[in-house]
Design a protein around this ligand. Structure first.
Ligand SMILES: [Zn+2]
Length: 653
């Protein structure tokens, strides 16, 4: 079971606009956003753009995808604009060195980039939120699909005053008028359009200050007070750490983090306002398996690498994702320690090796590379570069790079040149091997692991398939819990009883997840896994005990009754399923359990819960009328992975 959300990024190419940015410079946008019929997903607005003309030109244009109504006024008196369904073209004899104001009024019902959640249901979690990267902000706001056009966007949003509205920048005013309120936000610096964002929902927040006084606003749902601390644990520490490690102060006025329902990715680094999946709103027990620390640090690192300096095109995507992955890992080292950090780097290398073995390795500078390449190869390249030039020159180069290109766009050479300048080293061989070459040089990484990571020398030599004994003996003496976890997995169930002497919760989890046939001599130890403070362990142990010892399976159900599990209710949904198929288990409650399980397929629940419920109901052939209806609805869900899952399930029937 892989519980990691895929962060998939579609890349934009903006050829036409790369041309426009050399003749026109859009400086500032003041956008007033309001809404019409929420069931029809209607959004409307007025945006006033200020722009400078750099060279004589007879037209300028903005992106506006599939708008219903759109009109424009130039310099407060001239009605202008041809609209072709994709772009608004303003024809006028613009003279070099003049400044203009363009006011655009529009109405639309966007099919993507702006999402309306649960407005058709009672009892759901009603929200409206944006996702610009890969989807184009120009679906709801006339703006620029090209990342190289950076504008200071100030949003002003009017909505029902019972809700909270969160957007880029600092909230400078909230004006209440009758049942509505208008929230006015102020940005001081420019950003690319894909980073413009807002979220509307029922939220409360807590604020803390970073060491240098930046306000960190952390939002959560009002009825989930207990999840605040585990979710945002280490937030301030991560923030202070990254500022120090990167060597350049956080570039924006404030920082907000907002969880939303049914998000498309794990998180999105909108400038000063990260939006993340509410699957990361977690309780104390979930922290061990599914905490927000990595995503928290990753999106924060993007505030420099992506938001402050932005790639010119997809060729240089690693300058965003490789850097965010690298700095997130350093933040995790700060929080979870050296052993954890080393193990994650090892894991990234294995994922890259698997990709290589499958013949899917690409050059880091190939814009069609996989996320694995952009994120994990990118992080490894920075790790090796740091090793090559040393801490002092690496940090100096990064700082110079950020200072020089702040609020601008960058290419890979811009970064490499700064490291060459700070270190005095010629990096062309390094660039050939790690950035331009399609080949994945695992041998160099393995040498690095052996040389720098104590404990990996013996571990890397192990081959559990060739010799189980060697691996079993390794476990007797190794004290690195992360490596042990890996060895337990590689033993595929052939573990000695003595593994239960291993103490850490992750080692025990590896036992629960890899030992599916439980030897009777191991039974008592194995049963103790049900008491572990890990929902992933409980889920695996419950299922394995239930199927290995049918005479006692009611006992295991009684012990785990009432455990909900992660936000996707992994334990509860498994429990309900097992309760339904266990002979003579609480027959009086059978109908109630079936109804509860079916209820979890309904749209008022997050797609992760629904997906679990559909999968289990399907397995026991109990997806009846209500479940079928919800499955049909799921086919049209905005999350493509979930809708694909629903389609496949319907086809399989
Ligand atoms: Zn990212």
């Amino acid at each position: 079971m892989n519980r990691i959300l895929l962060i998939i990024v579609l890349l934009s190419t903006g050829l036409t606009f790369s041309q426009q940015t050399s003749v026109v410079d859009f400086k500032r946008a003041q956008a007033e956003i309001s809404f019409g019929d929420l069931l029809a997903k209607e959004v409307k607005g007025v945006v006033a753009y200020e722009f400078d003309v750099l060279k004589d030109v007879d037209s300028v244009f903005l992106d506006a995808q599939n708008f219903e109504n759109i009109t424009a006024i130039l310099d407060e008196n001239l009605e202008v604009g041809d609209y072709n369904g994709k772009q608004l073209i303003i024809k006028n004899a613009f003279k070099a060195n003049t400044s203009h104001k363009l006011e655009i009024t529009w109405e639309t019902s966007p099919k993507k980039a702006l999402y309306f959640i649960d407005w058709e249901y009672l009892g759901g979690n009603r929200q409206i939120w944006t996702q610009g990267q890969g989807k184009y902000t120009s679906n709801w706001l006339p703006s620029f699909d090209d990342m190289t056009e950076k504008v200071e966007f100030d949003l002003s949003i009017t909505f029902d005053k019972a809700y909270e509205v969160i957007a880029n920048g600092k909230l400078i005013n909230k004006i209440i008028s009758g049942e509505k309120a208008t929230w006015e936000f102020d940005m001081r610096k420019p950003m690319s359009s894909y980073l413009v964002a807002f979220a509307i929902g029922k939220y409360v927040k807590k604020t803390t200050l970073s060491r240098n006084g930046v306000p960190l606003d952390m939002y959560y749902y009002p009825n989930e007070d207990g999840k605040f601390e585990p979710t945002y644990r280490h937030t301030q520490r991560i923030f202070d750490f990254l500022q120090k490690e990167i060597g350049v102060p956080y570039p924006w006025q404030n920082y907000k983090q907002v969880p939303v329902k049914d998000f498309l990715y794990a998180g999105m680094e909108n400038t000063s306002a990260t939006i993340f999946s509410d699957a990361f709103l977690i309780d104390e027990t979930a922290f061990i398996d599914k905490n927000y620390v990595n995503v928290n640090a990753h999106e924060l690192a993007h505030q420099w690498f992506g938001d402050l300096v932005t790639e010119t095109s997809g060729t240089h995507h690693w300058l965003q994702e490789g850097f965010a992955t690298y700095y997130a890992l350093l933040a995790e080292r700060e929080v979870f320690g050296e052993d954890y950090y080393q193990y994650k780097l090892y894991e990234y290398a294995q994922e890259l090796l698997d990709q290589d073995k499958a013949g899917r390795s690409t050059a880091l500078l190939d814009p069609k590379s996989s996320s694995t390449t952009f994120y994990k190869k990118g992080a490894w390249v920075l790790t090796l570069l740091y090793d090559k030039v040393g801490e002092k020159d690496f940090k100096k180069g990064v700082k110079n790079y950020l200072d020089k290109y702040q609020f601008k766009n960058v290419e890979t050479n811009d970064f490499i040149s700064e490291i060459e300048a700070s270190s005095g080293k010629n990096l062309s061989d390094f660039v050939d091997v790690w950035l331009k070459s399609e080949k994945f040089h695992y041998e160099i990484i393995e040498t690095y692991l052996r040389k720098n990571f104590k404990g990996y020398k013996a571990f890397l030599k192990l081959d559990c398939q060739a010799s189980k004994v060697n691996c079993q003996e390794f476990l007797e003496s190794s004290e690195n819990p992360y490596i042990n976890t890996e060895v337990i997995r590689q033993l595929e169930g052939n573990v000695p009883k003595s593994v239960f002497n291993l103490k850490s919760i992750k080692e025990r989890q590896a036992i629960a997840q890899s030992v599916s046939t439980i030897p009777s001599g191991m039974r008592i130890d194995y049963e103790s896994l049900l008491q572990d403070k890990s929902y992933a362990t409980i889920e695996a142990a419950l299922y394995n005990l239930w199927s290995n010892f049918p005479n006692d399976n009611k006992l295991y159900l009684k012990q785990t009754k009432g455990v909900e599990g992660f936000n996707d209710k992994n334990v509860r949904i498994l429990w309900l399923t097992l309760a339904l198929i266990t002979e003579d288990f609480e027959p009086e409650n059978n109908t109630r359990y079936f109804e509860e399980l079916t209820e979890y397929t309904s749209p008022k629940y997050g797609f992760e819960i629904r997906q679990n419920a559909f999968a289990y109901l399907n397995q026991i052939r109990a997806c009846k009328a209500a479940c079928q209806k919800n499955l049909k609805q799921a086919e049209t869900h905005h999350n493509w992975q979930f809708s694909k899952f629903a389609k496949q399930l319907l086809q399989a029937e």
